[in-house]
Write a new protein. Structure first.
Ligand SMILES: [Zn+2]
Lengths: 479, 99
């Protein structure tokens, strides 16, 4: 164990799922759109244009705040954050400063057997900047993204390891996707992170010098940058040096941080209340309405899956991973009724069904199979109309053709053979064809039973009731 | 009577990326000081019984529905750009720190 303790706080910028931008009617979804094709006089900062607040962006921010256990402000004010940069047409970003929409929340993360509570300082609403493309000695500016609503979530420095950071980010992403305020698509920039990091000697109460790492665009980048910084700062502290208070950038392809700004050159943002936007008074009735519309959150749902369906935490965790998956599971359990236990339904889902979904490369909700169809298949297995292996095969066909299980079983003649006479004949044929193996089995090589089982299954084209075959084979071979 | 120093003027000019000559710095130090003096008259008002506010207008909670509306064409958007390239605004390369 290192002699230093890592202390991390995170700022996460999550793109909200509105149709239009934060302060104008331009489309907020500009992925794949030609540069500067989603602009208007407002987001281009033409003189005299006035912004108007997107109500849905405020609603999504409040929902996120509620999901993160925040207090929702009675009065929220937008503020100007002033700085000059080519991706910022107005020369300021409209953000929130003194009176953010959401404050004092928390997020529970898994830590060993239990959970750890990470405090959320604030969650506020702001507008995104444009995008810069660097091309030699010029930079190209695309303002499609300028003005797209961003939710900024700031945590307290409560994270103590890179694993905790990763867990926090995964949980946060999961929640935001669950409540429908973020796509979770990091490849498309849906979440961008900044980390505040310091090291201190273990058992020290004082915080070390804080360093800020910017432009972290994936969870992997966060992990790599933190590992790099821990190593760098450990070397400095070990040699008796002092860590300088700086703002760093992260160069993913080179795997190193670089100094963007020193303390002396730090920005002076000169925040002041945005005079073009009247303050928001958030009515409690609206907050209650938004709270009532929130779905059950992943950790609560996982706990319920454990207690209500008797699942292990690991299984429950997988099933609540995405809301569509959890919804599918619950619908399948309900439709299967008493035919199978919820645990068996979970096993079928996480085994065969997940494999097919993965192979298809598309999410479960786009598959042609519904929970009711899945339940029909499981019921056929449970009542022994088909055996488990046939069940897997039928599921695959269902997945490909969208047909019902019973239709496929009937058309392909897959119903399980439990007729003792038919099975006895098949067994006789197998034994007659393999006298050597019969002899070896009778000389004590009883593990050949599995091999005989396979031969009989082949003889019956996989349709035999395996339990019955096993029982009949053992009796027959002992004679 | 507040007097802005030349250093303060240079600092503010740097924040907004303006290159000032020494003469301009002198000139604006005087002008901006006068502006600040004018506004400082407000400090004489007794506000001890007035709650802070972010606005002097009676408007509150003005919001619009989340609806996409047509904006400008790429050509219109770039019409005033001093330099453009492939549908982008073109500016001098911006890089920070050791990049
Ligand atoms: Zn616009």
């Amino acid at each position: 164990m290192s002699k230093y303790e890592l202390v991390v706080g995170l700022e996460v910028h999550a793109q909200l799922l509105t149709k239009s931008k934060m302060f104008c009617g331009c489309s907020a979804d500009s992925w794949d759109a030609p540069p500067n094709s989603h602009t208007c006089p407002i987001c281009l900062a033409m003189p005299g244009m006035l912004p108007v607040i997107n109500r849905e962006a405020v609603a999504q921010t409040i929902r996120a705040g509620l999901a993160l256990n925040c207090t929702i402000a009675e009065e929220a004010v937008f503020a100007r954050k002033n700085y000059m940069y080519p991706d910022l047409p107005k020369g300021y970003q409209i953000s929130q400063y003194e009176l953010p929409l959401c404050v004092n929340g928390w997020l529970d993360i898994d830590a060993g057997e239990g959970t750890k509570r990470i405090r959320i300082t604030r969650a506020h609403l702001e507008e995104d900047t444009g995008k810069l493309v660097h091309a030699g000695d010029v930079s190209l500016v695309d303002l499609n993204r300028a003005g797209v609503p961003l939710l900024e979530i700031v945590s307290e420095p409560d994270l103590r390891s890179i694993e905790e950071v990763n867990e926090y980010l995964s949980r946060l992403r999961q929640i935001l996707v669950y409540i429908g305020v973020n796509s979770g698509n990091l490849e498309r920039g849906a979440m961008r992170m900044e980390a505040n990091i310091s090291l201190r000697p273990r058992r020290s109460a004082e915080l070390g010098t804080k360093v800020e790492i910017k432009n972290l665009n994936s969870f992997r980048a966060v992990r790599n940058a933190l590992e790099y910084e821990v190593a760098r700062q450990t070397r400095i502290l070990d040699s008796g040096g002092e860590v300088e208070q700086v703002t760093l950038g992260w160069l993913e392809h080179e795997g190193r941080t670089y100094v963007q700004r020193t303390k002396e050159s730090a920005h002076d943002y000169r925040y002041f209340p945005e005079p073009d936007l009247p303050p928001l008074f958030i009515e409690r009735a609206w907050v209650e309405e938004l709270a009532a519309g929130l779905s059950e959150l992943p950790l609560a749902r996982r706990a319920r899956f454990e207690s209500e369906y008797g699942l292990s935490r690991a299984d429950a965790d997988v099933l609540v991973g995405a809301r569509a998956t959890a919804d599918f599971y619950e619908a399948a359990v309900a439709a299967t009724g008493d035919a199978m236990t919820p645990k068996q339904v979970a096993n079928w889902m996480m085994g065969d069904l997940f494999r097919l979904v993965k192979e298809s490369g598309k999410p479960l909700q786009e598959a042609s199979i519904t929970p009711a169809m899945f339940a029909e298949l499981l019921t056929l297995v449970a009542n022994k109309t088909i055996n488990a292996n046939t069940g897997s095969r039928v599921l695959k066909t269902m997945f490909q053709t969208g047909e019902g299980a019973a239709t496929i079983v009937e058309r392909e003649g897959l119903a399980q053979v439990s007729d003792a006479d038919v099975l006895a004949q098949a067994i006789e044929r197998v034994l007659a064809a393999h006298p050597d193996e019969v002899g070896r089995y009778r000389d004590g090589q009883t593990k050949l039973l599995g091999w005989f089982m396979g031969q009989v299954m082949r003889e019956t084209r996989g349709k035999a009731d395996p339990n019955l075959v096993r029982q009949m084979l053992m009796e027959r071979l002992q004679r | 009577m507040s007097t802005l120093s030349a250093d303060q003027v240079r600092y503010v000019a740097e924040l907004v990326k303006l290159a000032l000559t020494d003469e301009e710095t002198e000139l604006f130090a005087g002008q901006l000081s006068a502006v600040l003096d004018y506004a400082s008259a407000l400090e004489e008002v007794d506000t001890s019984r007035v709650a802070p506010t972010a606005t002097v207008l009676p408007l509150r909670s003005v919001m619009r529905e989340d609806k996409v509306e047509p904006g400008l064409s790429v050509d219109e958007a770039l019409a005033n750009a001093p330099e453009k390239q492939d549908g982008y605004f073109r500016v001098h390369a911006v890089l920070e720190g050791g990049q």
